[in-house]
Design a protein. Structure first.
Length: 527
């Protein structure tokens, strides 16, 4: 899609379903109860007026039946609580990928040094954040930014969330994209900065436009110099409003979280979008919050209460009511029948903690399973030490999903790294760019005891060389380190002792002594 024109609907109608979902998922990710209530109470309502039917539990939109879709009366306190399960799910999914950074390997020594420097100066952190954004929104866009004032020697790795991009995806490949950001939103007036990235006749370029409009309409274009947060772009563009990237390819890399797309698979502009881990989990998130709110309500209702008879109350005077002194020890006798209850009555409601916890655990397991994760991955159970084999067995679903996400991210990481090196070569005199190979670390490492036992069995069976055993013990070592360790091991071993002749002599199986030598031994010199 080219740069939008004046007065265009925003977001564009073709992308409106995606942006509606982005709004929902963002609310769950942020976890602000006020924002959740606003998102779901306004759904399906054309005005900001709360309808009486909605207050009565009527069907004003499907989502009005959710806990967060039911408005609270103005004279009541909102006691609804949110459990940050969505945010934990996204963080867990990202940590599963990038808790240990992947290894990037180049054939060229200069390119390898540049890649190592890139990994040490922000690439790994950016990828970790990108994976979390992708888990929430389904897609994330990696973009190296050239800003010599901030970074005078290299481009800056950045991750752009999907709800700040209008992409054009053809056959699953990103061909152009419009990045946008809101600079001002006040009094119904919204100022947006749009950056359109495309490739025309083999030349990559960026077009910058500043628009002043409303929350639903892009409005009219205004000069870039009219807003302080857009002045930097005015110095980059030519007379036609374009900035050349110096590349023959797009300067943005798209990474999909998962696929295939379920919700929009029949919508042309959206069918290649990635799938969010929140997609389909929204009702479960709402139920988790509902059960948690009910649990806390049980705790509030479960506070002990007492019923005090009138004779135990002390009057505070006319119109001032009466109070009960809990420290008073002596009361006057009451003339009453023996079966009449004239003492204190203690009321204590049950707190159904077992039922609530079991319900929340089941809902969380269902939500995690729908996102492709095992409950143990989020920290449920599994506090007992276990071997790597046991961990793989208990978290099999998480490891399968981890492999799928690695397959999604691997080409994106390689593409981005090559793109970053290209821009460094153009703008900062960097090395010749090279596309690296990406290797992922093992998800769970065996304990030292398990590895030692395995090596002992392998050595007893004489089934592996010393080099192989060293590589099994130190899989992260380079070939040079392995060769050095093998040499050290062989140097520490004692020299072999030939025991064959000695054993043969003891058994009488040695060769006969030379006759001449024997005669010489028999002849003794005369004294």
């Amino acid at each position: 899609m080219p740069m939008p024109t004046n007065g265009s609907e925003w977001p564009p109608a073709a992308h409106a379903p995606a942006y509606q979902a982005y709004t929902d998922w963002d609310a769950w990710f942020v976890g602000d109860p006020a924002e959740l209530a606003d998102v779901y109470q306004r759904r399906g309502v054309t005005t900001h007026r709360i309808r009486p039917s909605q207050m009565a539990g009527g069907l004003v939109g499907l989502l009005s039946r959710w806990m967060w879709g039911q408005p609270v009366r103005s004279d009541q306190r909102d006691t609804r609580l949110h459990v940050p399960v969505p945010a934990d799910l996204a963080a867990t999914s990202a940590g599963m990928l990038f808790s240990e950074a992947p290894t990037l390997t180049c054939k060229s020594t200069a390119a390898q040094d540049a890649v190592d420097q890139l990994a040490a100066t922000g690439l790994t952190v950016m990828l970790r954040h990108a994976a979390e954004l992708g888990s929430v929104l389904g897609d994330v866009y990696l973009r190296p930014v050239v800003d010599p004032e901030i970074s005078p020697t290299t481009a800056i790795p950045t991750a752009v969330p999907a709800d700040a991009v209008i992409p054009t995806i053809r056959w699953g490949k990103l061909v152009e994209a419009t990045l946008w950001s809101t600079l001002t939103d006040s009094g119904g007036t919204v100022v947006r900065l749009l950056e359109h990235h495309d490739v025309v006749s083999g030349v990559g370029r960026i077009e910058y436009r500043l628009f002043e409009g409303t929350p639903e309409n892009l409005g009219r274009p205004i000069p870039l110099t009219e807003h302080p947060d857009a002045e930097w772009a005015a110095a980059l563009v030519d007379a036609d409003g374009y900035q050349s990237t110096g590349l023959d390819r797009l300067d943005i890399v798209r990474v999909a979280n998962a696929g295939p797309q379920r919700r929009w698979r029949k919508l042309g502009p959206l069918k290649y979008h990635g799938r969010s881990d929140f997609d389909g989990n929204e009702p479960l998130f709402d139920r988790i919050d509902e059960v948690w709110t009910s649990w806390m309500q049980d705790i509030r209702n479960g506070r002990g209460r007492i019923t005090v008879p009138d004779y135990m109350l002390q009057s505070n005077g006319r119109g001032a009511g009466a109070t009960w002194d809990a420290d008073r020890e002596v009361y006057s006798a009451v003339n009453a029948l023996p079966d009449q209850n004239v003492g204190l009555t203690v009321t204590q409601f049950a707190i159904r903690h077992v039922e609530h916890k079991a319900t929340i655990d089941e809902l969380m397991q269902t939500a995690m399973r729908h996102a492709g994760l095992s409950a143990q991955t989020l920290g449920e159970e599994g506090d007992v030490a276990m071997t790597a084999t046991e961990a793989h067995a208990r978290e099999r679903q998480s490891f399968v999903t981890q492999g799928d996400r690695q397959n999604s991210f691997e080409p994106g990481i390689a593409d981005y790294t090559e793109l970053h090196l290209m821009l460094d070569a153009i703008h900062f005199g960097g090395t010749t760019p090279e596309r690296p190979s990406v290797a992922w670390p093992d998800g769970v490492a065996e304990s030292p005891e398990t590895i030692a036992r395995t090596l002992q069995l392998v050595a007893a069976a004489e089934a592996a060389s010393t080099r192989t055993k060293v590589m099994m013990l130190h899989p992260d070592w380079t070939p040079e380190q392995v060769a050095e360790e093998v040499a050290e091991i062989k140097g520490d071993q004692p020299a072999p002792v030939e025991v064959g002749p000695a054993l043969g002599a003891l058994a009488g199986n040695g060769p006969p002594a030379d006759e001449g030598q024997g005669d010489e031994q028999e002849e003794q010199p005369e004294e």
